[in-house]
Design a protein around this ligand. Structure first.
Ligand SMILES: Nc1ncnc2c1ncn2[C@@H]1O[C@H](COP(=O)(O)OP(=O)(O)OP(=O)(O)O)[C@@H](O)[C@H]1O
Length: 312
């Protein structure tokens, strides 16, 4: 039998991580052919994926946060090959928020994360495809708007590194006094909503912004996007957001949210609005977001809460 051939695409921010270095050596000692490519800026992960496909690598492992995962998944999705002919995808969570990894129940420790890639078969999972301003963007996890968007976009990089996910929370708290609702019209199959929202989530995965479970019931393998709209509620807004931030989030959101599960959704606004796509801000007046079903195959825990059919 030939040895498995993996390639690890590592966000350069974590290039000095000793645990990851030890984990890579441990997997090599167990017979995995594992080489590493490091990113320096946007676009590098995509180039490394193209090289890996040309080299017929069996498994790509993204080592980074949600942005790195999305960049690697995007490059796979852009490839002309059928999903079964593409390398499978693994994830070592090394970002700040690691929202996809947290919701998927992936282990934090690099060695455990790599062992999971070796032990678990890959499942076909969906991706988000977002069209805005004539451009197509892809993401693995979630598109968010309103409160969560500003929190993530405005959290300074140095602070993110120091405080981890907590930085998002602190930035969020400091903004509670000035939350402006975003006026928009949303529509999809048998779904229409119009008004001002303070938070919007269009999820393949469940959470964004460092643990905000905007789409708590989303599955990554159901061919649908989970949409959550949290409307402005005069008088209750501050109380609602206070609870969202300070407690377990889901209970508070459930009381006021409109939810739908859709194959696609369009969002229109009179003023440009920003959607945060796994860390990438996209500003437009019109968005179309589609679910691209089963677009990549990913190694996930056996009991992964994001899988509707874990044993498939
Ligand atoms: N060597 C590097 N140094 C700094 N930034 C980098 C480097 N390589 C890539 N990047 C940038 O890092 C961003 C992706 O970061 P990633 O999402 O992996 O981490 P994060 O933002 O800490 O994680 P999370 O989204 O989970 O909070 C991309 O914008 C990419 O261009």
């Amino acid at each position: 039998m030939t040895s498995p051939h993996w390639r690890l695409i590592l966000n350069g921010k974590s290039a000095g991580d000793d645990d990851l270095r030890a984990a890579v050596h441990a997997m090599r000692e167990r017979g995995v052919v594992l080489d590493v490519r490091v990113t320096w800026e946007d676009g590098d992960a995509g180039r490394h994926v193209a090289e890996a496909i040309a080299d017929r690598v069996g498994t790509l492992v993204a080592a980074g946060g949600d942005g790195t995962l999305s960049e690697v998944a995007t490059a796979l999705a852009h490839c002309d090959l059928q999903v079964d002919a593409l390398p499978t995808l693994g994830l070592v969570p090394m970002g700040t928020a690691n929202d996809f990894a947290a919701a998927a129940g992936l282990p934090d420790a690099p060695l455990s994360a790599l062992e999971l890639v070796a032990a678990q078969p890959a499942h076909a999972i969906d991706l988000l495809r977002l069209e805005a301003n004539g451009r197509t963007h892809w993401a693995a996890n979630l598109a968010s708007g309103g409160f969560g968007t500003q929190v993530t976009v405005e959290t300074p990089e140095g602070m993110k590194k120091l405080l981890g996910g907590l930085a998002y929370l602190l930035t969020g708290l400091s903004k509670l006094g000035r939350i402006e609702p975003v006026e928009a019209t949303l529509h999809g199959p048998d779904f229409a909503w119009r008004g001002g929202f303070i938070a919007l989530g269009v999820g393949n995965g469940r959470q964004a912004g460092g643990g905000q479970a905007l789409c708590p019931d989303a599955w990554v393998d159901d061919g649908r996007l989970d949409v959550t709209v949290i409307p402005e509620l005069a008088g209750e807004v501050a109380a609602t957001l206070g609870t969202v931030v300070s407690e377990g989030k889901i209970a508070a959101l459930d009381r006021v949210a409109t939810r739908a599960r859709l194959p696609w959704i369009e969002i229109d606004a009179a003023q440009p609005l920003v959607l945060n796509l796994d860390g990438e801000p996209v500003e437009a007046k019109h968005f179309r977001i589609e679910c691209a079903p089963g677009r990549v195959r990913m190694h996930l825990p056996a009991d992964c809460p994001l899988l509707s059919q874990p044993s498939r």
